[in-house]
Design a binder for this molecule. Structure first.
Ligand code: NDP
Length: 247
C-alpha cells in the first residue's frame, strides 16, 4: 500500500481504528474521519508513533458538505486519494413495533445515506482519475437476522449496503474502480457487547468457531480488498463471521 492514501470513516475507535492500523502498517497514508476529536487524537498519535503518516479530519458523515470537505482536505494534505473504507455505522436494538421514526431515520442516515454520499462524492473522484477502491462495511446482518436482539433498521440498512456495493461495482468497473463489501460477524467493539451473558448462547455458542472475533482478525480482509491482492475482485461481499451464517 506504499504511496497510497486511504480514507477510513469511523476510524476514531472500534473496527475503523483497526482498519486504519492495518492499512497504515502496509504503507498507506491514512485520513482518519469521524467526530470525536479526543478519540481521534489517541488513534492518530498511536499511528504516528509507529511511523504511519495520518491526519484526522473532523467529519459529520450525515452532512454532504462535510464529505466534500473530507475529500478536499485529504487531497490537500496527502496529494491523492486511492482507497475509501466506508466503516462508520450505528445500531439500535428494538423490536419492530417499538422502533421510533427518529431511530429508524438515524440508522438509515448513518449506515446507508452517509455511506451512499461518501461513495458518490469520493467515487466521482475515483472515476475521474480512473482508479480507486471502495470497501463498504456491511454486516452478516444484511444476510441473516440476528437474535435474541431485534434490530430491523440495522439489518435492512446493511442489506442495502451489500446491494449498493454490487450496483456501484457494475457501473464503475469500466472506469478502473473496484467496489466490495465486508460482512463481519460479531467482533468485540463498543457496538457489540460480545461478553454480555445474555448473548452468549445465540452469539457465541451458536457459531461454528464458538467465539467472537477481534479487529486484528478482520483487518487483513480490508487490506486484501484495498490492495492489488484483490485486483480481480469487485462486487463481492466477503463474509468474515466465524462461520455464523452457515446455519
Ligand atoms: P463503533 O460503534 O465502535 O464505532 C462506530 C464509528 O462510527 C465511530 O468511530 C464513530 O465515530 C463513527 N460514526 C458513527 N456515526 C457517525 C457520523 N454521523 N459521522 C461520523 N462518524 C460517525 O462500531 P464498530 O467499530 O463496531 O463498527 C464499525 C462498522 O462495522 C459499522 O458499520 C458496523 O455496523 C460494522 N459492523 C460491526 C460489527 C461488530 O460486531 N462490531 C459486526 C458487523 C458489522 P465518532 O465516535 O467519532 O463519531
Amino acid at each position: 500500500m506504499q504511496g497510497r492514501v486511504a480514507i477510513v470513516t469511523g476510524a476514531t475507535r472500534g473496527l475503523g481504528a483497526g482498519f486504519a492500523q492495518a492499512l497504515g502498517e502496509a504503507g498507506a497514508s491514512i485520513a482518519v474521519a469521524g467526530r470525536d476529536r479526543e478519540a481521534a487524537d489517541t488513534v492518530v498519535s498511536g499511528l504516528r508513533e509507529q511511523g504511519i503518516d495520518c491526519d484526522f479530519f473532523a467529519t459529520e458523515l450525515t452532512e454532504s458538505s462535510d464529505i466534500q470537505k473530507l475529500l478536499e482536505r485529504t487531497i490537500d494534505r496527502f496529494g491523492r486519494a486511492d482507497v475509501l473504507v466506508n466503516n462508520a455505522g450505528a445500531c439500535i436494538h428494538a423490536p419492530a413495533l417499538d422502533v421510533t421514526a427518529e431511530d429508524w431515520q438515524h440508522v438509515m442516515d448513518v449506515n446507508l445515506n452517509a455511506l451512499w454520499m461518501c461513495c458518490q462524492t469520493i467515487g466521482r473522484h475515483f472515476v475521474q482519475q480512473k482508479h480507486g477502491v471502495i470497501i463498504n462495511i456491511g454486516s452478516m446482518s444484511g444476510i441473516i437476522v440476528n437474535r435474541p436482539q431485534w434490530q430491523p433498521a440495522y439489518n435492512a440498512s446493511k442489506a442495502a449496503v451489500h446491494q449498493l456495493t454490487r450496483s456501484l461495482a457494475a457501473e464503475w468497473g469500466q472506469f478502473g474502480v473496484r467496489v466490495n463489501a465486508l460482512a463481519p460477524g460479531y467482533i468485540k467493539t463498543d457496538m457489540s457487547p460480545v461478553d454480555d451473558p445474555r448473548y452468549r448462547q445465540n452469539w457465541i455458542e451458536d457459531a461454528p468457531l464458538k467465539r467472537y472475533g477481534v479487529v486484528e482478525e478482520l483487518a487483513p480482509a480490508v487490506l486484501f480488498l484495498a490492495s492489488d491482492a484483490s485486483s480481480f475482485v469487485t462486487g463481492s461481499v466477503l463474509v468474515a463471521d466465524g462461520g455464523y451464517t452457515v446455519f
